[in-house]
Design a protein around this ligand. Structure first.
Ligand SMILES: *[C@@H]1O[C@H](CO)[C@@H](O)[C@H](O)[C@H]1NC(C)=O
Ligand SMILES: *[C@@H]1O[C@H](CO)[C@@H](O)[C@H](O)[C@H]1NC(C)=O
Ligand SMILES: *[C@@H]1O[C@H](CO)[C@@H](O)[C@H](O)[C@H]1NC(C)=O
Length: 441
């Protein structure tokens, strides 16, 4: 090689290094600050009132701040009965929810749900907080929490809750309705309850309920899940959030089993759960994901708005699949979604006040994710946010991404090449320079 070529190669190399350095800096500049996580969490705490919102909030708090008590912890189940001092603060919202639920619990005979609700499934989402309160003997009141959790579990199996002809636990109390949402509310509770009370039959039943829901809800063409079937007002559309609830619920059941003493006995169930989560990811990302990096509220319907909440929840499950069982295939898409949601309009670094969201497309200044599906009427958008479940999804995305970073960012190489135009343009530029060198030598 003549010296001139060597020089050009050196210049090229350092330019490429600089470019990749800046791309990495950009990605880092698009993380949420602690102040922003605080804002999102505060809006979540203010907004969460209904059974499943409190359940989603408890789950978000575990995943972000009380990681040793989350089923995603690789340290395994059950967690310590004595709360380590570095987990006490993080668990506070979870325990406050358990206290509040018990204090407000209406009288009546057992079995009964933790909260009275027209949904027979949603109150179960509070079950893990209550099981943890028993396990750690919160306020020296373990028995009170244990009997409430047991009553909730038995209620699901009681004749008070309708079942489909195959035995799927109804989402609604008045008649059998099967909703994808239930996958996040019921099976993760049953799995956790089963592990803590050392009842393998209940752990297996958690898996079985997932299987039954999927049998009812899976759309044969896409592998994605319908929102709800059976009964009045069913919604057979491919609601994006419902697919997120399903994938996240299945991953929580997977993680609960994987990190428990039942792992070896339930190997084929673990495999199925993986396949079913991957099936949703394939459906979402291979079919219905484009350069906007946000999914539509109904995945297969372009006329519906782009939903930041479902986008966040589904992306969180991609990071979880990566850290739980080494499936990295859709990390590039999850990265694109995350960077799109968490970047200010003026570009990375343009928000100088880390305690607010100044000029963000997908957050209000005070930290509501937007636009999001209206929980009271899921076909409609809330353009200025104010959906508590959406806040929980934003927290879950941040938490899942943090764990993925901690585990070494596997699948990232695919991700950086997909980061978008900037890296794409750098690549094209590098090719052009290489072509130039080829001409020179
Ligand atoms: C997580 O902890 C931070 C720091 O203490 C706190 O600001 C935030 O509200 C917590 N988030 C949740 C969802 O509990
Ligand atoms: C379902 O719809 C039918 C017909 O409108 C009505 O008679 C029935 O009461 C409804 N059932 C429930 C449980 O709402
Ligand atoms: C409550 O905690 C104890 C351990 O202190 C455990 O043996 C029991 O199974 C738990 N019960 C429930 C319902 O979680």
């Amino acid at each position: 090689m003549n010296p001139r070529t060597t020089n050009i190669l050196q210049v090229l190399l350092s330019t490429l290094l600089a470019l990749s350095y800046f791309a990495a800096q950009d990605a880092r500049a698009q993380e949420l600050t602690d102040g922003q996580v605080f804002l999102i969490s505060t809006r979540l705490a203010e907004g969460a009132q209904r059974s499943w919102e409190l359940g989603a909030r408890a789950q978000a708090a575990l995943e972000l701040n009380a990681t040793r008590y989350s089923v995603y912890s690789k340290a395994g189940l059950p967690p310590p009965q004595r709360v380590p001092s570095d987990m006490a603060l993080g668990l506070e919202p979870v325990f406050n929810i358990a206290r509040r639920v018990l204090d407000q619990r209406p009288g009546g005979s057992d079995p009964r749900p933790l909260i009275s609700d027209s949904s027979s499934a949603d109150p179960a989402s509070l079950g893990i907080a209550v099981v943890l309160a028993n396990w750690t003997n919160l306020d020296n009141n373990a028995d009170r929490y244990a009997s409430a959790a047991t009553s909730q579990a038995e209620y699901l199996f009681s004749t008070q809750v309708p079942k489909s002809d195959t035995g799927a636990i109804s989402h609604r109390g008045a008649e059998v309705q099967i909703w994808s949402d239930s996958t996040f509310m019921v099976p993760p509770f049953l799995a956790y309850y089963g592990v803590i009370t050392r009842n393998q039959d209940i752990v297996r039943e958690a898996f079985n309920q997932v299987r039954l829901y999927r049998d009812h809800l899976r759309d044969g063409d896409t592998g994605l899940w319908k929102h709800s079937v059976l009964g009045n007002n069913s919604d057979p559309g491919l609601w994006a959030t419902g697919n997120g609830w399903a994938a996240a619920g299945m991953l929580r059941v997977f993680a609960t089993i994987e990190h428990s003493e039942y792992k070896d006995g339930l190997g084929s169930e673990l495999n199925e759960l993986k396949n079913w989560v991957n099936e949703i990811h394939r459906g979402v990302y291979d079919r219905f994901f484009d350069g906007e990096n946000l999914v539509h509220n109904y995945l297969n319907d372009d006329r519906t708005f782009r939903d930041a909440a479902a986008t966040a929840l589904i992306a969180s499950t991609v990071y979880r699949a990566s850290t739980l069982y080494d499936e990295h295939r859709y990390i590039p898409q999850a990265q694109r979604s995350r960077l799109t949601l968490f970047t200010p309009n003026g570009g990375p670094g343009s928000n100088s006040d880390g305690s607010r969201f100044n000029d963000y497309e997908y957050f209000t200044t005070d930290g509501w994710l937007r636009p999001v599906s209206n929980p009271a009427s899921v076909g409609d958008a809330l353009d200025n946010g104010r959906s508590p479940e959406a806040q929980a999804f934003a927290v879950m995305l941040h938490a899942a991404w943090k764990d993925w970073v901690f585990e070494g960012e596997k699948g990232k190489d695919g991700a950086s090449s997909a980061l978008g135009l900037r890296v794409g343009a750098a690549g094209a530029w590098a090719l052009a320079v290489l072509a130039g060198i080829a001409v020179l030598v």
